[in-house]
Design a protein around this ligand. Structure first.
Ligand code: FES
Length: 83
């Protein structure tokens, strides 16, 4: 069954093979980024629902409930809010 990613209240299809950042880019959703490998923290978003898997260890500081979109994927429906 296809998964979805909800961003700022709007649903999009989720490609589980791509990172969340790549999913945002594929839907032309604006998201800042810099290093794309978990160091800078620029790509952080708030995870409102669902669970993500890190493909790189996140080196950037994260507050509770935040995720780095450049180095996470998800196999389930997720809900994000961008800053
Ligand atoms: S773009 Fe740098 S941590 Fe994601």
């Amino acid at each position: 069954m296809s998964k979805k990613i909800t961003v700022n209240g709007i649903e999009y299809p989720l490609d589980t093979k791509k990172t969340l950042l790549e999913n945002l880019e594929a839907q032309a959703i604006h998201q800042e980024y810099h290093c794309r490998d978990g160091h800078c923290g620029v790509c952080r978003c708030r995870l409102i629902g669902g669970k993500v898997d890190y493909i790189n260890y996140p080196m950037a500081y994260l507050r509770d409930g935040e995720v780095l979109t450049c180095c996470t994927k998800s196999q389930q429906d997720i809900i994000l809010e961008t800053y």
